[in-house]
Design a protein. Structure first.
Length: 505
């Protein structure tokens, strides 16, 4: 049993660490569903193809294992070694497997810690999957060449290959997606986008790709989808708006403003999707002038209940023209809009105008607790990276490969920058657009390290987006070190509870 616990812990940690490290380069709007085949094999010490020769003995329901007794394992015979051939002294693999499979069925089995290898649960594969993996493992590291290969397997008839190809795109730099523009099949992308049965996560990818290879002739179709009252037509709305604005530019903003920003009847999920699309264009793209994007975002200040969603963006992009409006929002806030106060204070703290400091002192008299929360949980002021008087605005960010640095602004894994453009998480049985909101807001809440769990979650979400370089640096350290440690601690606690059993807990 102890070896089982050790193996489970090892596999879980490896998977978690790989996900944290790779997700930073994710394609905008795309959320990877799992590790890719290539990642899984790379993370392990051993990989083999094996044939089932002896199923595990059946266990009666309700059976409890005695202390020290191992879970019964199935036996497999190695038929081909993919990785780690120097460590094998036996062709027999014993691994936990209770699935249904015929004797002779072939599996992909991964392992760690040779020479006494701890094996993962075998994955049943087809001959076609084996051929696919052979080609995948021979691919060069160049992102463009890899995507050209995986593009052929998007929506593959074999679901495992379709999912793997999508995940490879989702984890690739946006610049690599743009690099294959000339080899994209626009007609096929449009067909997939129009198919309401395509999963929302994949639809986001195809909309992102259409934004790269499409043209003005595709705008009409996108406008119809944006205006549609059919939720299925608007699935992946953040990517849909992002694609529309990529192809139409500034001329497309009035539609987005009227539909989602000015419109007080717009659903929260739709409004949030529009904001995420604007963030993408303010950070990743260079199509719409940032000043024009700021005008669009400022309409949210007329909706006090949602104003906190854009205040950090106004500060990060150094739009200090809203001091008076934000002060009024602070003063007018009631129980339904009180969460706007911390973002307002943080905006003023980063504002280089002399009036800002005076306003903070005045607002502290109205709600000292809000000012205290802003100072306590987000303590880095102008010295931490906010520009002082006379400083110039930073230019647009480029994609990960353009700067040879991981661009964390495109990931939904715990991230620290309000430029997050990744918003999607597909969970069975959950409304797709609601997932968009919760995924994005959760990522930013993690970035703030759950600064004040008793306060309104939306207050923490907005405040965590404050555009301070020092905050980002410390949060990057949190993402790199803290997340894996918490993953490890959680898994260790879970395993202890399992081993202890109900009689000892």
């Amino acid at each position: 049993m102890k070896r089982l616990v050790d193996a489970t812990l090892a596999f879980s940690l490896i998977a978690g660490l790989c996900f944290v490290q790779r997700a930073a380069n994710a394609c905008p709007f795309c959320q990877a569903t799992s590790q890719t085949f290539a990642e899984s094999i790379e993370a392990m010490d051993v990989a083999v193809y094996a044939r089932l020769v002896k199923p595990a003995p059946p266990i009666k329901p309700g059976t409890r294992l005695s202390e020290g007794q191992e879970i019964p394992k199935a036996e497999f015979e190695i038929i081909e070694i993919i990785k780690g051939d120097q460590v094998f002294t036996s062709k027999v693999v014993r691994a936990i497997f209770f699935g249904e499979a015929k004797i002779g069925s072939e599996f992909l089995v991964l392992g760690v810690d040779p020479p006494n290898v701890m094996w993962s649960t075998p994955l049943k594969i087809s001959d076609r999957t084996k051929d696919y993996l052979k080609l995948v493992l021979a691919l060069p590291k160049d992102p463009k060449q890899r995507l050209l290969f995986f593009q052929k397997h998007l929506e593959d008839d074999e679901e495992a290959l379709a999912m793997d190809a999508y995940d490879e795109f989702a984890k690739s730099p946006y610049s690599a997606v743009k690099a294959i523009k000339g080899e994209m099949d626009k007609a096929q992308l449009i067909k997939w986008i129009a198919d309401v049965e395509i999963p929302a996560s994949r639809r986001r990818l195809y909309l992102t790709m259409l934004g790269v290879c499409g043209d003005k002739n595709d705008v009409g179709m996108l406008e119809d989808m944006i205006r549609s009252t059919d939720r299925k037509q608007k699935r992946g709305l953040d990517a849909l708006i992002g694609c529309y604005l990529t192809l139409k530019g500034s001329e497309g903003l009035p539609l987005i403003e009227e539909q989602f920003l000015k419109n007080r009847k717009s659903e929260y999920a739709d409004t949030y999707a529009a904001i995420m699309a604007l963030r993408f264009h303010g950070t990743e793209a260079d199509i719409i002038p940032r000043k024009r994007i700021l005008v669009a975002m400022s309409y949210m200040l007329d909706r006090p209940q949602l104003a906190d969603l854009v205040i950090p963006d106004l500060a990060r992009w150094e739009d200090w023209s809203h001091v008076d409006r934000l002060v009024k929002l602070f003063k007018d806030a009631d129980e339904e809009t009180s969460w706007v106060r911390v973002p307002v204070v943080n905006y003023l703290r980063h504002c280089p105008l002399p009036i800002a400091e005076k306003q903070i002192k005045a607002l502290e008299k109205i709600d000292p607790a809000a000012v205290r929360r802003a100072n306590t949980f987000f303590p880095f002021g102008a010295a931490g990276g906010a520009p002082g008087p006379g400083a110039t605005s930073e230019g647009r960010k480029t994609s990960a490969s353009d700067t040879s640095v991981s661009d964390e602004s495109t990931s939904t894994v715990p991230t620290v920058d309000a430029t997050t453009t990744q918003t999607s998480v597909d969970l069975p049985g959950v409304d797709e657009e609601a997932e968009v909101v919760e995924s994005s807001k959760t990522s930013n809440l993690v970035a703030s390290i759950d600064a004040e769990s008793t306060d309104n979650a939306r207050s923490d979400h907005a405040a965590s987006n404050i555009p301070t370089r020092q905050v980002a640096d410390n949060s990057n350290l949190w993402t790199t070190v803290g997340v894996p440690l918490l993953v490890a601690a959680g898994i260790l606690l879970l395993q202890w509870r399992i081993l202890a059993g109900p009689s000892n807990v």
